[in-house]
Unconditional design. Structure first.
Length: 239
């Protein structure tokens, strides 16, 4: 005798059957079934491309420095590398660098922009930039770059102050991601000359907004030092 005959099937039994059928069909289920999948982690591939191109640049004798998110990674900021690797080079060295990269089998991609060279290595995009946020890459800028290990290979990496300045100068109404920049600023705050950052980004309202946010979060001191504010009693005095 079937004891369940005529009874309504229990909801959890139906759920088990649906999940089993979905699993067999390869359909995701559960709380994250409709969540967008995380992008693949390109960190190691980007680091391999960085090391290959850096080796070519070092052998070229042309000054250069690692910039962008991979530079932040080299300075010890735990960023997840997803897009590309960037190098700052001088415009006058662009032709020689392009020739050497091509000779070593690095694919050169002609971009429409006139301020960088695009290339591909290990399937990853490489940008060799000779203008950072509209400012030309100079010998002085590259001379300030310390040499740091990047996945065991030593190479020049943009100075923390120059790195923050270039990132802030690139902010605009169409690209203003404070979320990506905040951990970099937090991690580098003791190594950054914030006075120079303010001076070199003073004409940017986006940069000024980000610096004000850092003040509110107590990441950096307000310009001119911390001011005395009225206490709870209404009398003036240190906060």
């Amino acid at each position: 005798m079937n004891l369940t005959e005529g009874r309504e099937e229990r909801p959890f039994a139906v759920t088990r059957r649906v999940r089993a059928a979905a699993t067999e069909a390869g359909v995701p289920h559960g709380a994250g079934a409709h969540a967008r999948p995380l992008p693949p982690d390109h960190t190691q591939a980007i680091l391999e491309a960085t090391k290959e191109v850096a080796a070519i640049l070092k052998n070229s004798g042309c000054p250069f420095a690692l910039v962008g998110s991979v530079a932040a990674y080299a300075h010890g900021i735990p960023v997840r590398l997803q897009h590309d690797t960037d190098f700052a080079v001088r415009r006058e060295d662009a032709e020689e660098i392009t020739r050497l990269l091509a000779e070593r089998g690095v694919q050169i991609v002609d971009p429409p922009e006139d301020w960088l060279i695009k290339a591909r290595a290990h399937g990853e995009q490489i940008d060799l930039i000779f203008s950072l946020a509209g400012r030309p890459v100079t010998t002085e800028l590259l001379d300030r770059a310390p040499t740091l290990p990047v996945d065991s290979v030593h190479m020049p990496v943009l100075d923390p102050t120059d790195l923050l300045t270039s990132r802030l100068s690139a902010l605009s109404e169409h690209h203003c991601d404070f979320g990506a920049l905040l951990p970099v600023a937090r991690g580098l705050r003791e190594r950054v000359d914030w006075g120079r950052v303010r001076a070199e980004t003073g004409d940017s309202p986006m940069a000024a907004s980000f610096l004000y946010l850092l003040e509110l979060l107590d990441v950096i001191e307000p310009e001119g030092g911390r001011e005395d504010k009225p206490d709870d009693t209404g009398e003036d005095g240190p906060r």
